[in-house]
Ligand binder design. Structure first.
Ligand SMILES: Nc1ncnc2c1ncn2[C@@H]1O[C@H](COP(=O)(O)OP(=O)(O)OP(=O)(O)O)[C@@H](O)[C@H]1O
Ligand SMILES: [Mg+2]
Length: 237
């Protein structure tokens, strides 16, 4: 099936053909989407590619990393996606912003956390971003001693981007892929949940993705295999 994304005003194409097919066209605008998976399953790369594909369509977007230094993130992405030779050009044109924020600044008090989020919003407003990635929310947990405060902080973060009117992707590392919610204590605060996973053992293993929920659209519930190629994530159909 072929979708004409230009006529889908209510959705944002992920720019990844196989994922758009699973999502019957794309992600409903303003949805807050959690992207979970064990280490190394491609959370950073998949979310980066969604922004990259949209930036190429002239939709301004921002990739915010809590996990890595900006330079090493860009080096890793360019290494994995060696066919994407215009990343720096999109950044220079201000269509794509890649920004590193140190979560430790948010440590300690609610005021610090809220000031930190205001800093993120400032970055996002600079180029009127429509799509945002937060990679990842996993390091929020050690900021607080109490799980309920962690949940509240993540809730606050998701609500913040909802109010800002952007479509946002939050990556989250889970240790055991069968335990999707892991330490988040629930995914009710997110409109969408996309799981990345691995199946099998070393040597013969496979990456699999599944859309568990996506408010505002019907979608396939089937697990689809994918591969990471120099030209992007390829989801088999
Ligand atoms: N240069 C490359 N060539 C081919 N595949 C690569 C390359 N670099 C990375 N990969 C693939 O991408 C995977 C890592 O992707 P990514 O960093 O997006 O994962 P992640 O889920 O964000 O991991 P983490 O939990 O560590 O943040 C690797 O496991 C590998 O399969
Ligand atoms: Mg990552």
């Amino acid at each position: 099936m072929v979708y004409d994304y230009n006529y889908q005003d209510s959705k944002i194409s992920t720019g990844i053909v196989g994922l758009d097919a699973i999502l019957f066209g794309g992600i409903p605008k303003n949805n807050q989407v959690l992207l979970t998976g064990p280490a190394g399953t491609g959370k950073t790369l998949l979310s980066f590619e969604i922004l990259y594909r949209n930036a190429k369509e002239k939709r301004p977007c921002t990739f915010i990393t809590f996990d890595e230094h900006r330079a090493s993130l860009l080096e890793n992405v360019k290494g994995a996606f060696s066919d994407f030779d215009d990343i720096e050009e999109l950044i220079a044109k201000n269509i794509m912003t890649v920004s590193e924020h140190r979560l430790l600044e948010a440590y300690g008090t609610r005021e610090n956390f809220e000031a930190f989020i205001s800093g993120l919003n400032k970055t996002i407003r600079l180029n009127n971003s429509q799509i945002v990635v937060i990679d990842s929310i996993s390091p929020i947990r050690p900021l607080f001693d109490d799980d309920r405060i962690v949940t509240r902080a993540i809730n606050f973060l998701a609500e913040n981007f909802k109010n800002l009117g952007v479509t946002a992707f939050f990556t989250h590392e889970v240790y055991n892929a069968s335990n999707i919610i892991d330490d988040l204590l629930g995914t009710y605060m997110f409109d969408g949940l996309i799981k990345l996973n691995t199946l099998g053992e070393e040597g013969s293993f496979q990456f699999l993705t599944r859309v568990v929920k996506m408010r505002g659209t019907d979608h396939s519930n089937v697990s689809m295999p994918y591969e990471i190629t120099p030209n992007g994530i390829n989801i088999f159909r």
